[in-house]
Design a binder for this molecule. Structure first.
Ligand code: CAA
Length: 248
């Protein structure tokens, strides 16, 4: 039997790249889902850079907020690799704005990319996982889904929604060898976080007891563990990785 196949949505992004590399390191066949606004050359350049670093990672295009595009993406992966055993719902965007200024577009874009996407992708992967009696769904949420964040009513609502999704689906598929968990990163050094203005970011960083932002690898290590055989008894849980910024 070949190695298990892991799909990481948003796989070419900041945390996504680390997730892909760590899962590859752990022996999974890894596919990085990408949207990149349809800029395929960008994903190909990303893939070439991974090869240069010794990581053989496939890439597959799809807009996870769109059901048809999600289906085309999953079908292409199944054709090439035969199964998707681990689904990491990692794709996500921000459209930060105080609520009083937030447009319906900013609300919808974030809900669709961050939460509807989880429905679209998981729906396509869950039945085959149940049929094969093994599977892992790992949803990448955020500390801000737990504690809320000034300027993120849309993002925090979508990320909080993931928890209810995880806990419900975990109950539905537990008897079939499929686990469903959430990982909630805090502020991790990626382009998404770097886009916050310096002043605001410094203020936020000062509230992190560990005294620094997280590294993408620190999220990837936990995701690789949840994807592994050793984590078979962990389901419906949320693993907070935020340097102590929010504890409960
Ligand atoms: N807490 C309290 N008050 C705040 C504040 C804060 N964090 N930030 C701004 N304010 C205040 C300002 O001082 C100002 O007050 P006055 O009107 O009294 O002068 C007022 O709010 C500004 O309100 P505006 O509606 O005009 O806000 P703005 O347009 O200037 O900026 C914002 C709003 C774009 C949301 C900005 O605050 C911001 O960038 N915040 C950071 C949001 C953030 O943390 N995003 C995380 C992105 S990373 C990520 O999401 C990854 C992950 O999972 C962790």
């Amino acid at each position: 039997m070949g190695s298990k196949v892991a799909l990481v949505t948003g796989g070419t992004g900041g945390i996504g790249t680390s997730l892909c590399r760590e899962l590859a390191q752990q022996g999974f066949t890894v596919v990085a889902g990408y949207n990149s606004g349809g800029k395929h050359e960008k994903a190909q350049a990303w893939q070439a850079a991974q090869v240069k670093d010794g990581f053989n990672i496939d890439v597959a295009y799809g807009d996870v907020s769109d059901p048809d595009s999600s289906e085309a993406c999953v079908n292409a992966i199944l054709e090439r690799h035969g199964s998707i055993d681990v689904l990491v719902n990692n794709a996500g965007i921000t459209r930060d704005s105080t609520f009083r200024k937030m447009t319906l577009d900013q609300w919808d874009e974030v809900m669709n990319a961050n939460l509807r996407s989880v429905f679209n992708m998981t729906r396509l992967c869950i039945q085959p996982m149940m049929d094969s009696k093994w599977g892992r769904v790992i949803n990448i949420s955020s500390v801000n889904g737990q504690k809320g964040q000034f300027g993120q009513t849309n993002y925090a609502a979508a990320k909080a929604g993931m928890h209810g999704f995880t806990k419900s689906l975990a109950q539905e598929v537990a008897s079939k060898g499929v686990t469903v968990n959430t990982v909630s990163p805090g502020y991790v050094l990626t382009a998404m976080v770097a886009a916050i203005g310096d002043e605001v970011l410094q203020k936020i960083a000062s509230t992190i007891p560990v005294g620094r932002l997280g590294q993408p690898e620190e999220i990837a290590n936990a995701v690789a563990f949840l994807a592994s055989e050793r984590a078979g008894f962990i389901t419906g849980s949320n693993l907070a990785i935020n340097g102590g910024q929010h504890m409960f």
